[in-house]
Design a protein around this ligand. Structure first.
Ligand code: FAD
Length: 427
């Protein structure tokens, strides 16, 4: 078969890997000049490693990702350091990445609340019945079972940070999936995620996959003799096509899809993200903390502050300290239209709260990355609304972050759904 894949992110490349090895002719169309999609990175000339545009790490439970890496014989380049995650309580940050640290966290006192927090966490880790959990919102379930105090202190800030105005609508299966599939040990690739994506793309090319970078697909049409892809004013025929873009883009690319399917795509909700990356002259967290969970209620202008060089050594970045300040935001939020300089002004006070010695002249350079499609929002009974990978158009397939549910989006699940799509395409 002659197969086209739209998108050279992790999903598209994973599908290409299986389709090519099954003996088919595979062409990947990628609008960007690089592979890796949302998990891509960038590099300054004096850095040895790249930095992800949007902070990224793997969990030890990311089995799909790890087995693909093993197949590519690149597992000796995966590292799993143990960085420190901290929670905020009354002006201070407390480590929160082990059972012991959670027990010592003063934010929940040392009585009944801590016991409820522990039991709810344990129940969610042990149960597999996410179907029951998707029938209620995380807001109402947590309020009932964890209690008002625990919910408001621990879980509500996370929901608000991730889903903004939709935080009360997200179903409890999302929360279950987060607790179920995450570990405190976090992984990365030597050289950064971009290095992995580039090595993966090289391996695909070695096998004969054609990767066309900088080629934006404009439309996909069902023709008599197959499916056609239009890009750069040219039309080319394929037997099968896999699209790995956002649902919105899929609807635009293929308007001939039946109304029901199109409506399903367009009704899916998602949050965008705005992430600033800074290179600093000095270490921001003197305690060596990696991930700061920041509650908006305490006046922080972002959800997460992440000191990347407290996860991987600054020597890989010529001694620069790399810090992310990031937020999930609904389309149209003012941060999307601020200039880099204006956004820096909004964020700077938070740096001073993390380290009172922080000075503006520590900032060497900033980069700002924005995307409208960063985090799908799963509403109650979401499993009924997931678009099928095999679309109603014969030969046309769709695999995106919005379909990996009940799991939360991530490169691991992009690989899983890409390979699942490939299996369906192979029949
Ligand atoms: C802020 C943030 C933090 C994240 N943190 C993590 C993390 O810590 N760990 C983790 O594993 N995952 C994380 N993720 C999620 C992870 O990045 C995604 O789940 C994964 O990269 C999705 O891969 P994909 O192939 O499905 O889609 P994408 O990476 O979006 O790939 C789709 C590709 O299609 C291309 N494309 C779009 N339109 C066209 C067109 N018309 N023609 C041709 N090409 C087109 C795009 O350029 C893109 O390269 C994070 C994401 C965000 C936004």
């Amino acid at each position: 078969m002659k197969i086209a894949i739209i998108g050279a992110g992790y999903g598209g490349m994973a599908a290409a890997w299986d389709l090519k090895r099954a003996g088919h002719e595979v062409t990947i169309f990628e609008s960007a000049d690089f592979v890796g999609g949302l998990a891509s990175g960038f590099k300054e000339p004096h850095w040895d490693w790249s930095v992800e545009k949007f902070y990224h790490h793997w969990f030890q439970t990311d089995s799909e990702m790890m087995s693909l890496i093993r197949e590519l014989d690149l597992d000796d380049k995966v590292i799993f350091p143990r960085p420190l995650t901290v929670m905020y309580h009354e002006g201070k940050f407390y480590p929160f990445d082990s059972i012991l640290k959670a027990l010592l966290f003063p934010g929940l006192g040392f009585g009944l609340d801590k016991i409820r927090f522990g039991f709810v966490g344990l129940f969610l880790r042990l149960t597999n019945n996410w179907k029951a959990l998707e029938t209620v919102t995380a807001d109402s379930w947590m309020m009932k079972w964890a209690g008002k105090n625990v919910y408001e202190k621990m879980w509500k800030p996370l929901l608000i940070g991730k889903f903004g105005p939709f935080y009360r609508d997200v179903n409890m299966a999302w929360m279950w999936a987060r607790i179920k599939a995450r570990t405190t040990r976090l992984g990365t690739f030597e050289g950064g995620f971009q290095r992995f994506a580039d090595l993966f793309a090289d391996r695909l090319r070695d096998w004969g996959v054609e990767i066309r970078l900088g080629v934006k697909v404009e439309s996909i049409k069902r023709e008599q003799a197959g499916l056609s892809v239009r890009s750069d004013g040219k039309t080319e025929s394929f037997d099968k096509i896999l699209v790995t873009t956002s649902p919105n883009l899929m609807a635009k690319l293929s308007p001939d899809l039946p109304e029901n399917y199109l409506k399903g795509l367009l009704e899916l909700k998602s949050m965008g993200a705005v992430v600033m990356v800074l290179s600093l002259k000095e270490q921001l967290s003197k305690d060596g903390y990696y991930w700061f969970n920041l509650p908006k209620e305490a006046g922080f202008p972002m959800l997460a502050l992440v000191e990347h060089t407290n996860f991987v050594p600054p020597e890989h970045f010529g001694g620069d300290r790399i810090v992310y300040a990031g937020d999930y935001l609904e389309a149209g939020h003012e941060y999307f239209s601020l200039s880099d300089e204006q956004l820096l002004e909004v964020y700077l006070p938070a740096f001073e709260r993390i380290n009172p010695e922080f000075k503006r002249d520590w900032v060497k350079k900033v980069w700002v990355f924005k995307t409208n499609y960063a985090q799908p929002v799963p509403l109650v009974n979401h499993s009924k609304n997931i678009p099928a990978i095999q679309t109603p158009i014969d030969g046309l397939y769709f695999a995106s972050m919005s379909q990996v549910y009940p799991w939360d989006r991530g490169t691991n699940f992009a690989v899983e759904i890409g390979r699942r799509a490939a299996r369906l395409m192979l029949g």
